[in-house]
Design a binder for this molecule. Structure first.
Ligand code: BGC
Length: 474
């Protein structure tokens, strides 16, 4: 080999060595990046763990807090608001009723035509309207004037354009997705109804859900909403309500709006991500249970975990910036990524690109993202399950009284819990986790008697309550 040939050979060897070193270096760096990302997810998973023993502690804490909230106002973080609803529809209601269902961003006007026994809804018409943005930040009078006017138009359309409202009072149920401290079935709000409507009941949305489910099944004892927000209500014996005794009727029962979103217990598996989410929220130290369970927050928890991974590794390339915006990842997107069963996780890729501007994420990184979605969803569903069993425990329907043996061998009572809200009704993995956890906590034997029934229509429930109260007063 000539001199030149020798130099070229030497040069090539040096380049190959450099490339090999760079490759090894990159591989080592990428391995380190991966192990950091995996470590962060593992730590998060451990902090979110909800073994059945912990869930039972949450069950007990929920039941204890329910007692405390019924004993005195402010006795617990659970508000345990009395609704003054002391009877629920039983399927015999008849006639035509209107209802309003006021949510966070939209409201529904409804007309329900009831045909009497057995639980016949002959006809029901629902119209959904977004609440104009300017009214969301305006005064309560402006909002309710708009709502009342829209309702008036709806009734006119329903009744063939004839303006009968001024001389013909309509019976109206009213349901809210907000806590309302009530003073009676139809008061508790600073609203004056001036357009010929007679508000027979104004109720929290959970109460409407309970009424609707009870209308079709009288074994319904509680209702839970797990949607943007979360809450539960249930039918309580009045002798278990210590506070406000002077205001209670003698019907023996009353629906209690728990406002369970505000529940807190040291047994809840709280992580550093929950703490920072709470600190940076508009209502720190409030709605702690809601912040772990509801649709408003699940996407945000996932985002916070992914953001930390992006900051401490490069497995999502340079996504730290796009993941830094609070609430950019909404819960329906988490559900869609979690439920993506395509072999190449196509839907995950689409969502990352379209909503988070994260391009070229590897398949393994996508898998890790889906795993984070799973951890957050599983914890939420299992905690919601513990909340539900907490209510059953308070009602003595969790089988903890033991099942009698011998000739008096008793069975647990059939118990129905109505469940509404997109997380439960539309997100099948969430629903499966929740149902599974109820079975785990109660044990298969007792769980067979507990039915969780999907319900849609707290507004219809409000119309049914208007019907129940009206027929009782006729
Ligand atoms: C509200 C409750 C409501 C629940 C479900 C929560 O944020 O505080 O009053 O029932 O959302 O809509």
């Amino acid at each position: 080999m000539g001199r030149l040939g020798f130099r070229v050979a030497l040069g090539c060897a040096a380049v190959s060595c450099a490339i090999a070193a760079a490759l090894v270096g990159r591989r080592l760096r990428s391995r380190r990046q991966w192990s950091r990302a995996v470590e962060l997810v593992r730590e998060f998973e451990e902090a979110c763990a909800t073994p059945v023993g912990r869930l039972r502690q949450v069950v007990d804490a929920m039941a204890v807090e329910m007692h405390a909230g019924l004993a005195s106002d402010g006795g617990s973080k659970l508000k345990m608001l009395l609704t003054f609803i002391d009877k629920l529809p039983d399927g015999s209601e008849e006639g035509t009723y209107y209802a309003l269902d006021l949510g966070v961003t939209n409201f529904r006007t409804l007309r329900v035509h009831l045909g009497g026994k057995p639980s016949m809804i002959l006809n029901n018409k629902v119209e959904c309207q977004p609440i104009p943005k300017e009214l969301m930040t305006g005064t309560i009078e402006e909002l309710f004037n708009f709502v009342a006017l829209t309702l008036k138009k709806f009734v006119q359309r329903e009744e063939n354009g004839v303006d009968q409202i001024s001389d013909n009072t309509k019976d109206l149920g009213f349901t809210f997705s907000f806590p309302v401290k009530q003073l009676s079935v139809s008061s508790g709000l600073l609203i004056k109804w001036t357009k010929g409507f007679s508000v027979k009941d104004d109720v929290n949305d959970t109460v409407g859900t309970l009424a609707l489910c009870h209308y079709g099944d009288e074994d319904t004892v509680a209702a839970v909403i797990i949607g943007t927000g979360t809450n539960a209500c249930y039918l309580e014996r009045t002798d278990a309500i210590i506070k406000c005794q002077g205001l209670l009727t003698n019907s023996g029962v009353m629906v209690v709006n728990m406002e369970w979103g505000n529940f807190w217990s040291s047994h809840l598996p709280k992580t550093s991500y929950d703490i920072s989410l709470d600190n940076e929220s508009s209502n720190p130290n409030d709605q702690g249970f809601e912040k772990m369970i509801s649709g408003m927050y699940l996407g945000e928890i996932v985002r916070r975990v992914l953001h930390r991974i992006a900051e401490e590794s490069e497995i999502f390339s340079d996504a730290a910036q796009s993941l830094s915006a609070p609430f950019v990842l909404r819960t329906p997107l988490v559900a869609a990524m979690h439920e993506d069963d395509s072999p190449d996780l196509r839907e995950v890729g689409r969502i990352l690109e379209e909503h988070l501007k994260m391009y070229g994420v590897s398949k393994n990184a996508k898998r890790l993202i889906v795993h984070v979605c799973d951890i957050v969803t599983r914890r939420a569903a299992r905690l919601a399950a513990a909340g539900i069993v907490g209510i059953l425990k308070k009602l003595g329907r969790d089988g903890s009284g033991g099942v009698a043996s011998g000739r008096t061998k008793g069975k647990p009572r059939r118990t129905v819990v109505a469940v509404e809200g997109g997380l439960y009704t539309k997100y099948s993995i969430f629903r499966e986790y929740l149902n599974e956890a109820v079975g785990e906590i109660l044990g298969e034997e007792v769980a067979r008697y507990v039915l969780l029934r999907c319900v849609d229509g707290s507004g219809i429930g409000a119309a049914l309550l208007a019907a129940t109260y009206l027929s009782a007063n006729r």
